[in-house]
Ligand binder design. Structure first.
Ligand SMILES: Cc1cc2nc3c(=O)[nH]c(=O)nc-3n(C[C@H](O)[C@H](O)[C@H](O)COP(=O)(O)OP(=O)(O)OC[C@H]3O[C@@H](n4cnc5c(N)ncnc54)[C@H](O)[C@@H]3O)c2cc1C
Length: 424
């Protein structure tokens, strides 16, 4: 297993529970990257791909504001262009409907598997079941989101629209009167602390005999005895199966098998304010401004936004500050001092679906990455599906929409060379 984010840890734990001998490696530590400080949502109703007519309508306005909810660093645009073309193609009606149906199936599995995963690790109390409140500044904004709600209704998701401030105040007091409408989704859940959750799962994995090691994987080399994972320090590990769950860096490893998978990073920002910064009853989302506010055991987390700038550019924390100022506008009693800022790399594919499935170069390598905004939400389901693949069981859902090679850019490698030191 490569990558000890929420996806890798969930898979490692599942495989360990099924009796496999698992070594989980990470070049840093458990939850070093995107899984560390995310918004903690189990967004089971979030079945609509980002590439949708709604987002494409809002994008030009958002892009005009350099600190707005969506930004592209100009220097990064040439590198991003092929991904953006695929993103645009993913928003066409035929693809959109197919992706929405696949995402809905993935969410049903996620909603079923997540409580089981947490309970299995003794962490059932980390689940909060108080739903989410999506907030709007006008009835027109709610009306504009109607096609999305219709799609959710078509997939059996329950929600209630609220049209007056009094009804909203019953679910969340203390909001600005500028928020005139809302949608309450009771089936959405959150976790009390996303970092703690990964740590608890990793601890459970180790307690069951799983091994966790620091190692920086640079290449995968198929051989007769197994897959050699070459490490930066020159050593290599050989395993019968390898699962790549290295978040936004996973495509670098796929490339060493001559497979090109269009993974991008949607960078996101947030600020975690101290406990008591606001009397928050449940998670709130502000879709018109691209941010969410979450009650956590470690404080109140305010953040979101999408920035395309690649894996190397330094963070621009002015983004976190802007989101905090917006939150203050809508939550006047929010105490904005004493927060800590963070930026994370969402691993994203153009159609918002993850890549789950075997490598075409060698089926002993299984890919599990690209969960974008939903890696925490879909970690338990991904673990279930990877365990199905590894065990040769029929998967819990049709994996065709999640094929890592669905963008058509995978190339078969000529017969693999034998790795150094192998006995054949
Ligand atoms: C601001 C923000 C808010 C978010 N909110 C939510 C939310 O509310 N709900 C939700 O479901 N999702 C949310 N997400 C998305 C979610 O955080 C990600 O989808 C998820 O964390 C991805 O998990 P991962 O395990 O795939 O990747 P990561 O957590 O990034 O883990 C990858 C791991 O692989 C390791 N690694 C990388 N390359 C190598 C290598 N070569 N060798 C060894 N190790 C390697 C890294 O060190 C890292 O630990 C949010 C993201 C952001 C940025």
């Amino acid at each position: 297993m490569i990558g000890a984010g929420i996806v890798g840890v969930a898979i490692a734990l599942r495989l360990q529970q099924e009796g496999r001998d698992v070594l989980l490696v990470d070049r840093e530590r458990v939850a070093a990257q995107a899984s560390r400080v995310n918004a903690g949502a189990l967004a089971f109703s979030d079945i609509l791909p980002l590439a949708s007519p709604g987002i494409l309508r809002k994008a030009p306005r958002w892009l005009l504001d350099p600190l707005g909810p969506l930004a592209i660093r100009p220097r990064y645009l040439p590198q991003l262009a092929p991904w953006l073309i695929r993103f645009w193609r993913a928003s066409w009606r035929d693809r959109l409907e197919a992706s929405t149906a696949a995402q809905a199936a993935m969410m049903d599995l996620s909603a079923a598997e997540t409580p089981l995963m947490l309970a299995g690790a003794g962490a059932a109390d980390m689940l909060r079941s108080d739903g989410v409140l999506h907030l709007y500044e006008s009835e027109a904004e709610l009306r504009a989101s109607q096609p999305g709600w219709q799609a959710r209704a078509d997939h059996g998701i329950a929600f209630t629209h609220l049209h007056d401030p009094q009804a909203i105040a019953e679910l969340q007091p203390g909001l600005s009167p500028a928020l005139v409408a809302a949608t309450f989704v009771p089936g959405w859940k959150t976790v009390t602390d996303p970092l703690r959750m990964v740590e608890v799962l990793a601890h459970s994995f180790e307690q069951r005999g799983g091994r966790l090691r620091r190692a920086d994987a640079v290449a995968l080399v198929p051989g007769v005895e197994g897959i050699a994972v070459q490490l930066r320090d020159g050593r290599s590990l050989v395993a019968r199966r390898v699962v790549v769950a290295a978040g936004a860096w996973s495509h670098h490893l796929a490339r060493t098998l001559n497979e090109s998978i269009p993974l991008e990073t949607e960078r996101g920002y947030n600020t975690t304010l101290p406990v008591g910064a606001f009397d928050l009853k449940r998670q709130l989302t502000f879709g018109g401004h691209g941010f969410v506010v979450t009650p956590l055991a470690c404080g109140v987390r305010v953040g979101g936004a999408v920035e395309f700038a690649g894996l190397d550019a330094p963070p621009n924390f002015a983004r976190s500050a802007v989101l905090l100022a917006k939150a203050k506008r809508f939550m006047p009693a929010l105490r904005t001092e004493g927060g800590s800022e963070w930026m994370g790399f969402r691993p994203s594919l153009p159609d918002s679906l993850p890549a789950i499935g075997p490598s075409v170069a060698d089926p002993r390598v299984v890919y599990a990455f690209g969960h974008g905004h939903l890696g925490l939400t879909q970690s338990a389901a991904t673990a279930r599906l990877v365990a199905d693949i590894v065990s040769g069981r029929a998967p819990q859902l049709d994996l065709a929409p999640f094929r890592p090679q669905r963008f058509g850019s995978a190339r078969m490698r000529p017969p693999p060379p034998r790795h150094h030191g192998e006995t054949a």
